[in-house]
Write a protein that binds this ligand. Structure first.
Ligand code: APR
Length: 316
């Protein structure tokens, strides 16, 4: 008899709540909404609300709110949003000092409770937090990824579809590099149902869309006073589903590089094949010279923040 998947959501805030809602609605599995002890009741309240929602929408999923790591034992997937989101005017990198000790705490507990889980990190600065999580746990790199590319590509797909007057279903974009303002939208791999997007939109329009995509997270922080949660949660659930249902999806994700694209011991957004083995393959996309240079700039800025994280964690 097949048992239901168990999906532990570390952080029961805005993204955590939306994650639990999506996991339940899609019946991807049972959800554990975990938060710090002072937020146990908050997590339990969200879980109860979502359970009651199930009797209207009609889903079979159990949802538990907790601050006890024992409830996360044996989780198949762990999605980490623990930490502090950006406030207007802050960059993702500004969060490193606050979120690094939180990721260390999560990593130490997760290593005991669910060492075999497929882990998706969302906390920012993303590429550095996912690197730190793997460093703290020593987990196999193919079982630890960061969610950024699916979200960044979704933002760009929305802008492109609106500008082209096309359905968002037909637009596919590819974004590489770090989840920061110097991410690398690859226009040569961006299409309207297989046709190059450059046939449909002028260079000026495309330049504007690339700039808006790079600042896409910041645009929402400025409007809401906190960071986005609907699309980030959907992006992570899409990755979790690819793993749990062995879909072999080709998606951009922050993956551990060991020589691919010329980088080592660094997490960077690249196209990967996601299936039951986790990151089953890193796809090396042919890049133009300009794209390669943009990737180098993005990798250098991620490496700079990784160096800061290394220094901070050495200080304890
Ligand atoms: N363990 C578990 N949860 C924690 C921990 C911890 N050690 N420390 C903090 N949290 C919880 C907070 O109590 C809070 O409920 O993480 C939750 C974060 O939720 P929000 O503040 O609503 O933030 P959210 O919008 O969900 O974003 C979370 O994802 O996109 C990134 O930049 C964003 O780093 C931020 C993260």
């Amino acid at each position: 008899m097949a048992r239901r998947n168990k999906i532990a959501l570390i952080g029961a805030g805005n993204i955590g709540g939306e994650l639990a809602s999506l996991v339940a609605r899609t019946e991807l599995g049972d959800a554990v909404l975990f938060d710090i002890p002072s937020k146990t009741d908050f997590a339990r309240g969200k879980a109860l609300d979502l359970l009651q929602n199930g009797s209207i929408l009609g889903y079979d999923a159990n949802i538990v709110g907790t601050s006890d790591w024992r409830d996360c034992e044996g989780a198949d997937v762990l999605i980490i949003t623990a930490g502090v989101p950006r406030k207007p005017g802050q960059s993702r990198d500004d969060l490193v000092g606050i979120n690094l000790p939180i990721i260390r705490n999560v990593a130490e507990n997760a290593k005991r409770a669910c060492p075999d889980a497929f882990v998706i990190v969302i906390s920012n600065p993303l590429d550095v937090m996912v690197w730190a999580y793997r460093e703290f746990t020593g987990a196999r790199p193919e079982k630890v990824v960061g969610m950024a590319g699916v979200l960044d590509a979704a933002r760009m797909q929305h802008f492109l579809a609106a500008a082209a007057g096309a359905s968002v279903k037909d637009v596919r974009a590819m974004i590489l590099g770090g989840h920061g303002d110097d991410m690398v939208p690859v226009l040569s791999a961006t299409t309207l149902n297989g046709m190059p997007i450059t046939q449909f939109l002028s260079q000026d329009t495309l330049d504007g869309i690339v700039a808006r995509t790079r600042g896409g997270g910041g645009e929402i922080v400025k409007l809401m006073g906190t960071s986005a949660y609907y699309a980030p949660a959907s992006a992570a659930v899409c990755m979790a589903e690819a793993y749990l249902r062995d879909q072999k999806r080709v998606l951009p994700a922050a993956a551990y590089l060991s020589g691919q694209y010329g980088y080592r011991d660094l997490y960077l957004g690249v196209p990967v094949v996601l299936g039951a083995g986790g990151v089953e393959k890193i796809v090396e996309l042919p890049l133009t010279e300009t794209e390669r240079a943009m990737l180098a700039r993005s990798a250098a800025s991620v490496q700079g923040v990784v160096d800061v994280a290394r220094r901070l964690s050495a200080q304890g």
